[in-house]
Design a protein around this ligand. Sequence first.
Ligand code: HSE
Length: 426
Amino acid sequence: MRKVGIAILGLGVVGSGTYKILSSHREFYQKTQNVDLAVESVLELDREKALALGVPAEKIRSNIAEVVADPDVNLVVECIGGVGAAREYVLCALNAGKTVVTSNKELICKYSHELERAAKRQNAGLYFEASCVGGVPVIRTLLDGIESNRVHTVAGIINGTTNYILSEMTENGSSYEDALKRAQELGYAEADPSADVEGFDACYKLSILSSLAFHTKVPYTRIFREGITNISPEDIRHGKELGYVLKLLAIGKQTDAGIEVRVHPAFVRKDHPLASVEGSFNAVYLVGDAVGEVMLYGRGAGDLPTGSAIVSDILYASTHSDIRYSTFKNGEKEEAGVQFAEDFSSAYYLRLTVADKSGVLAKIASALGKTGVSIGELIQCGSKGEVTTVVLVTHETHESNIKSAVEKLNATEIAKVDSVLRVALL
Ligand code: HSE
């Protein structure tokens, strides 16, 4: 039986989950995979934490040099997070010829070109299933399950914190601030929630997933990004009346105009499979030219779900002699000649305050029509004296058209646009 010595860097939520799975499933993997996965060392400065988890005292290390110098360690699992020490330690492990498994989306998104170069030089593996959507096996699906396809859409709800916040606002009418506070109390959102609520986390994951799906580097800097901090319960309520649910969507599409990649809040029709993904759950929706639609659903974070993805990568690395690298030219930037579609198209939800008098709706329709925007649905939501709220959803149009339409409407005496949200055409 092949024995593989493992080092775990960092015993936070993900590192602890990985340690627990490796300890509790060791005999199971011996039986089912004919491989013995032995944790040989753990890099953790908080010794008490490591001891409480059951790590034997002699396996606790406090510096990376000791870990990579250990000849019994073949594979290093990085669960530190961020791009400071994590980047340095992963490079150190790869340069020493150790295969690396990581859950670090920011590191893979920003530096996989550099890490992969080091890995190839040393004939070491670099695996990162856990970096995207926790326990949901989306990278394996892209690389193995549907590799026979030209994938033209990778979209989904790939951040649990924001999905929890938006679900809370939808179900209970909570304000953004109250929903965020609840997410923090439950441990979903960090004390500084900006990576999640401003959409960076989803952006890193979308960069990785769309690079794999479209077989070309999609740098995160090319991704349009808008977070959820300005969402009001009022818009969620009006959307609901029109049959929509608001989600933070990550959307990657291969179109005739180029690669379209964006992260932003968007209304989804309530009968679309993504609409029923609630709370901290995640889902990825893929469309391939042969298979059609595929949807994966599950936990995108947490100790055991993310540990599950890490240990599956460890098993893959331990039972395959060939090493699997990126299926695209992995440079720092996009490849020359690859087009990105920036003026993407969508349907749009607009909330307006308008003068409550005759002929106003015709003037709104006319102002929109002048910029090539046509109205699909419209509701008037009661009068507040001289003004009233009007909510409308447009037919498909371009981002540039909607910007001009909003400028035109705001320039009139009769209407002020209070809110603009995209409506997903998935
Ligand atoms: N913070 C992420 C989320 C989990 O809320 O989905 C790890 O990527």
